[in-house]
Design a protein around this ligand. Structure first.
Ligand code: ATP
Ligand code: MG
Ligand code: MG
Length: 457
């Protein structure tokens, strides 16, 4: 994906926004962008720099993300949920060899809830921690929905990040070392080849230059021009869950000083933002006693009063109204929230549909929902653009006839060995968010009143 229209090639030591931000290490990546830990030399603090792919559809999406993030920032800083949504700090453009990239900076956050789940070997995060996380995520959603009029549309463990207290103190130690290393390498490469130090000024392929390309290259470019629409790109990302952080996919990180990498100089362990190491930090930062999380990645978010005709949400967190093609809105986030909280508790997806020889993923997904919820409201049977493909007139699934009904509390108890009382309580908490009829589904404000959450205080 490092090509025209794709990711911008970034190296440790690169400077952005006229030298203001110095890249220190990679934090993660997604379908749309790569994200880097940088030092903001103007404020002498660390920020996360998100550099979006340069093709038009990604740039358009980034511009929308910036608008939404600005609304989140301005609407009501006093709201309880304000601190549970990752806030935009700054944004600017960067011209690179593969095109013009939208760049955004955010407060540096720690690992995602997916990494946190891994830490518990996918056997579930302790209930008391899940309760605290759930409360904060619901507060964040309540803020997005009621105050900002925004639907997140892609709530899942990867998109909720842990906030780390005193992160500046923690990062500064490593930064001093990395910076001295960068300066040393810069001095060496300045002596040998002065032009290498200005990665931002490297020439990139402009449209007029591409006119002089060979036949085959032109053909390829033409083919690329038929690129899928932004929506298709998003849908592809949602189906494939194409995202990652250092721990997932990168392992350790190589430093080099020019963007023509990789020239291995030094390997930094990927544990800087590892909350386990913070747990045992000398300064006594006990993250688990005060865990704070923030909803991140508003890259797929949209306005509640906007158009909603397309497919949203990563597969496992997708709501029934989206599958059957009904008009969806903020209730879709509540469905995802329930799927995510179940996963935090158990370490496994609530719904994980597969295609079979006689049915597709959507059929299987609806079947799994029905096995748990038993009945389908009329609005889904006949009200969606694709309802007819899935349901017959009586509300039975066309492709899958045999359903194995089960109760949520039994799944928790029998499959995941949750003690009966806890299973009952968790299921009572989750079911209002899993209401098949979106009109009856509990909003975040109502969920925040739930007794299950009060016990976590
Ligand atoms: P997606 O494919 O999920 O839409 P994306 O390209 O929009 O991804 P993000 O999800 O915003 O990108 O970020 C990608 C990854 O970068 C995150 O999963 C996370 O690991 C890391 N990341 C993002 N923002 C921050 C931050 N503020 N602090 C630390 N790490 C971050
Ligand atoms: Mg993401
Ligand atoms: Mg995104």
């Amino acid at each position: 994906d490092y090509r025209k229209g794709g990711y911008h090639p970034v190296s440790v030591g690169d400077r952005y926004d006229n030298g203001r931000y110095i890249v220190l290490r990679k934090l993660g990546w997604g379908h749309f962008s790569t994200v880097w830990l940088t030092l903001d030399t103007m404020t002498d603090t660390h920020v996360a720099l998100k550099i979006v792919k340069s093709a038009n559809r990604y740039t358009d999406s980034a511009l929308e993300e910036i608008k939404l993030l600005e609304c989140v920032k301005k609407t009501n800083p006093e709201a309880k949920g304000y601190r549970h949504v990752a806030q935009l700090l700054d944004h600017f453009w960067h011209q690179g060899p593969y095109g013009k990239h939208a760049c955004m900076t955010f407060e540096v956050l720690g690992e995602s809830l997916l990494s946190l789940m891994k830490r518990y070997n996918y056997k579930g995060i302790p209930q008391n921690i899940v309760k605290r996380i759930s409360k904060q995520v619901l507060e964040g959603l309540d803020y997005l929905h009621r105050e900002c009029g925004i639907v997140h549309t892609d709530l899942k463990p990867e998109n909720v990040l842990v906030w780390i207290p005193n992160i500046e103190d923690y990062l500064k130690k490593d930064t001093a070392e990395i910076l001295s290393d960068i300066k040393q390498k810069e001095a060496i490469s300045l002596a040998s080849s002065p032009t290498q130090l200005q990665p931002q000024n490297q020439p990139w392929l402009s449209e007029s230059e591409s006119a002089g390309l060979s036949k085959s290259k032109r053909k390829r470019l033409k083919k690329k021009k038929k690129m899928k629409s932004l929506q298709e790109a998003r849908e592809e990302a949602l189906e494939n869950g194409d995202t990652g952080d250092l721990e997932d996919k990168m392992g350790n990180l190589k430093i080099s000083t020019s963007w023509k990498r990789p020239k291995e100089i030094k390997v930094i362990p990927s544990s800087i933002l590892d909350i386990t190491s913070i747990e045992v930090d000398k300064e006594g930062l006990q993250v688990f006693d005060d865990i704070v999380v923030k909803i991140a990645d508003l890259g797929n978010a949209c306005w509640m009063d906007g158009e909603y005709t397309h497919v949203i949400q990563t597969r496992q967190y997708r709501s029934p109204e989206v599958i059957v093609g009904c008009k969806w809105t903020n209730e879709a986030d509540m469905w995802s929230a329930a799927c995510m909280i179940f996963e935090l508790l158990t370490g496994e997806f609530l719904f994980d549909p597969r295609a079979g020889s006689k049915y597709n993923k959507d059929d299987d997904h609806l079947a799994q929902m029905l096995e748990l919820m038993r009945t389908v409201p009329k609005v889904l049977i006949s009200g969606g653009e694709f309802s007819r493909e899935f349901f017959d007139r009586t509300g039975k699934l066309r492709q899958i006839k045999r359903l194995r009904y089960r109760r949520l509390r039994d799944v928790l108890h029998d499959t995941f060995l949750v003690p009966p009382e806890d299973a009952d309580a968790a299921s009572t908490f989750l079911l209002p968010m899993l209401e098949m009829d979106m009109a009856k589904r509990a909003p975040a404000s109502q969920m925040l009143e739930s007794p299950w959450l009060q016990e976590s205080a």
